[in-house]
Write a protein that binds this ligand. Structure first.
Ligand code: 48N
Length: 327
């Protein structure tokens, strides 16, 4: 079948088998009986009731530092264990990537969707409009998504204006992250692609190579900081055209001699947004490219501070991914 043809038969150990391997490799480390001194860091004083009082008697339920550490670590590491084999990885959480993730998660709750965002703050260029001003212009019909997720706007006829771009991006992100089949790893960089021949001998992207972004950016300072991987049959590239990692996936395919880059052309707003939406597609087996990363691949003009094309492209990327799973 289409799903992971090139890794068919690569048994993915069951969680129980993985747990057994970990337990066997730990020796007594994880089983040391807690000493009395150890207890002071884990025992909670009974009866400490939380009190929400703003007259000077506000009291928190007591926890220990170790509870915070373990609460985060257990969840994050479990998330990484789960994400190691995903259905779809979206690289880049700007307006195109976030819209692709939302559309995909809404239509296909059965798919495991993992989103990588190199920055600490997802959202890409969609926290502000143009030239660091806050209003966000979205040409119709892309404004329909705003109505769907409940973002208010000024209707100017052919286009709408959201009073602050952050209102769109934060609302979309909150809806996206609420889906149970979505996991976002921000401050996490895709620093390479996994490319293999499938059962028919066709080269296809089969996953991504990841590292914490600060590690990716420090490879020149410290050698041998090897990456992690996430295997997935479908990747959606949404790395934009800007910034230290702009258009990452298509540049990596090009540097591997697998595609030819078109390079983004000078601005023509009316032309570019429709072109980018209509040409959002699987540009190489296993990877769909969207948003401004597609303009770098195809050579479409840029559009400036108009975000309807990113929304439409993200939606189309999701529908193209669904077609690949329905094939
Ligand atoms: O917002 P961007 O850069 O990209 P898009 O395509 O979602 O939206 C583009 C839009 O913001 C514009 O550029 C507007 C329309 N202007 C057009 C114009 O004419 O100037 O988001 C891409 C995201 C960013 O958050 C990056 O940090 C992230 O992708 N990213 C990565 N994340 C993980 N691994 C990588 N290798 C990577 N590369 C980029």
């Amino acid at each position: 079948s289409f799903i992971n043809p090139s890794v068919a038969g690569e048994a993915d150990s069951t969680p129980a088998a993985i747990k057994q391997q970990i337990a066997a490799s730990r020796g007594s480390y994880g089983t040391a009986a807690p000493t009395a001194k150890f207890q002071q860091y884990v025992a909670i004083k009974p009866g400490q009731e939380p009190v929400e009082d703003f007259e000077g008697n506000y009291a928190f339920a007591e926890i220990k530092e170790s509870h915070t550490s373990r609460a985060m670590t257990s969840r994050y590491m479990q998330d990484m264990m789960d994400a190691a084999v995903s259905d779809v990885v979206i690289v880049g959480a700007g307006s195109a990537g976030l819209t692709a993730g939302y559309t995909l998660a809404k239509n296909r709750p059965d798919l495991r969707i993992t989103i990588l965002e190199a920055s600490v703050a997802p959202g890409g260029g969609a926290w502000l409009g143009g030239q660091l001003m806050s209003g966000m212009v979205i040409r119709k019909p892309a404004h329909n998504l705003l109505t769907e997720i409940g973002v208010p706007f000024d209707d100017e006829g052919a286009y709408v204006v959201v009073k602050h771009a952050a209102l769109f991006t934060s609302t979309l992100m909150s809806k996206l992250l609420a889906f149970p089949n979505v996991k976002l790893f921000n401050a996490t960089c895709c620093e390479d692609l996994i490319i293999k021949k499938d059962a028919k001998g066709v080269q296809r992207v089969n996953g991504v190579v990841t590292n914490w972004t600060l590690v990716t950016m420090a490879h020149g300072l410290q050698s041998c900081m090897d990456p992690q991987t996430i295997t997935a049959p479908v990747i959606i590239g949404a790395c934009g055209h800007d910034g230290p990692f702009g258009a990452f996936s298509v540049k990596r395919l090009s540097s591997s001699g697998l595609i030819q880059l078109g390079d983004m052309k000078p601005m023509d707003m009316n032309k570019s947004e429709g072109l980018i939406v209509n040409h959002t597609r699987e540009v190489f087996p296993g990877i769909i490219v969207s948003g401004m990363e597609l303009s770098e691949h195809d050579g479409h003009p840029r559009m400036g501070a108009s975000f309807g094309g990113m929304i439409g492209s993200g939606q189309k990327a999701a529908y193209e991914a669904i077609k690949l799973f329905d094939r």
